[in-house]
Design a protein around this ligand. Sequence first.
Ligand SMILES: O=C(O)c1ccccc1NCC(=O)[C@H](O)[C@H](O)COP(=O)(O)O
Length: 628
Amino acid sequence: MTLYTSDPEPLIDMALKSFQLNNGLFIPAVGIGCWMGSVGDGDHVSQMVKKALDVGYRHVDTAANYGNERSVGVALKETNVPREEIFLTTKLDQNDHGRVQDALETSLKKLGVDYVDLYLMHWPMAFGEDGRVLQPEESPTFVETWKQMELLYFYPGMTKSIGVSNFSIKTLTKLLERASIVPAVNQVEMHPCLPQHDLIEFCQSFNIHLTAYSPIGKHKFAYDPAIVEIAKSHGVTSAQVLLSWGIQRGTSAIPKTLNEERLKENITLVDLGPNEMSVLNGFHQKPGMHRSVCGFHSSELGGSCFGWTYDQLGWRMVEGDSPHTISRKPEFQPYPFASMSVNVATPKPPTILEKIYAQRQKDVEQAKATPGTSPDDLKTYLEMQLAPPLIPLVPRLKSNPSTSTSNPSLSLMAEIKRASPSKGPIAMTVNPAKQALTYAKSGASVISVLTEPTWFKGSLLDMRLVRQAVDSVPNRPAILRKEFIFDEYQIAEARLHGADTVLLIVAMLNQDLLRRLYTYSVSLGMEPLVEVNNASEMERALEVGAKVIGVNNRNLHDFNVDLGTTSRLVDMVQGREVVFCALSGISGPKDVRVYKEQGVNAVLVGEALMRAEDTSKFIRELLEWPEI
Ligand SMILES: O=C(O)c1ccccc1NCC(=O)[C@H](O)[C@H](O)COP(=O)(O)O
């Protein structure tokens, strides 16, 4: 909707404008900020948030430290706006850096919601048990806290995005060196007296969105003649000019006001021209102007803030400091309003498979860049024939303890699975070598080793030790590298670390890549297990000539498990030379019996085996095999 004043100056209705974050979610450009200048302020906050939602806001920003999450919760409960239409942010208190999950659970309870859209680390510095400010190297460091926040993101449910607040280029750089997930947002003080040009440039290069708090500068400079003149020429208030400037730079803002008229004004903005943007970009260069309006850059604080020096924080200034060292790039291309999305209500967050894929790409790049494990190094090791001998998958899968009996049953691919995205920790203390030996002695044809570290807590070392543990077992099982494979490099790694086969997940590969990886794996002597989840993926697996196809009963996009997925695809392999396997969700003999009747050749079982009290007995009963 475009509104018109009498001049008529077109005003831009910001209510539903949003910016897309690096995880695919959309953050509305203007939100209602709930810091009231002091902790709490109960009823006022509830009324303010309710009014804001009534007039069109869909973004609410609070923090544990503001002491008003309950009041925000009252407004969320009383409003008619559905929860899923609201982008809700809260922040981790500095007292809670060592207990992130508990802190978020407490915040959710107070807010009366099941999840927040964004959870921010409020400040990089933590407070110790005794209330003392911990120094940057003291545990929990902000990197350690970030790692805990990443876990919340990996086991989704409580927050849809994670980010930071009050981070500088210095502290962000340190965080990014160790981060598996790039923060979606950095929320900082930002207005024309503190434009943060360098920080914006830095964050843009990492696709980190910036949100401005105190975007109107607490009205401390809003009546400067230069700003008033721009406001007059558009027929709007100074506050509207300052907010328009911020959003036109591509940053969102969370102004606060209890006044209904101002609430409306703050989401009704104007398009500033290049000269006006220039005036505001350079505003802080006036003598004495470059400063925090929150008192953070004050000589009274003696060059520190909350117990960290400006140097530790990466803040390079004190009040009135010459801005030339800070602002090297005052000119920014205006953010194209036209390209802003209005899709607030139906964000499409990445699925777990997409998240894992993105993370594994980073991991593989890192491994390739590590001296000794470059692609050339791996090629040389393979040429030197350093990979251990392998066994062929197809015949091994066709043999199990029941094959020579009058009533042959299915074969088993037994998985080693410490944790998973859908279940969290499953068997964190398992010793993979011992578990593998039990599987081998119980008759498993394949041992599947999850080597993904972040969600499944596995490693290549696990797989190597599994291989070593079973190497001398007669008719040893084949070793499967259970991974999210998209690069030949991962297949070479698998072979060198003792795998006999690898997993190729059709859902993550285009047909050319699937064919290329299939061919490469076969060229190293490893017939891959090709995983499908529906009929079209099955056609693609057959098209590349896969000889071992597994149907995953678990939908990797939404975790839904349906044992009928395998049954529905049986017909597609009938009469073909394919070993047909059922993967995931198999927990008892009944499941296996149904598959046996349908002609399935093997089952891959993870969680049920990891949780079994007597693994050998469980396997024998599951497969209805004779005693070995
Ligand atoms: O298990 C998960 O939560 C999961 C989520 C996303 C991608 C893959 C996932 N699992 C990998 C597997 O394929 C299973 O570990 C395997 O099929 C065994 O499943 P189960 O017997 O249900 O443990």
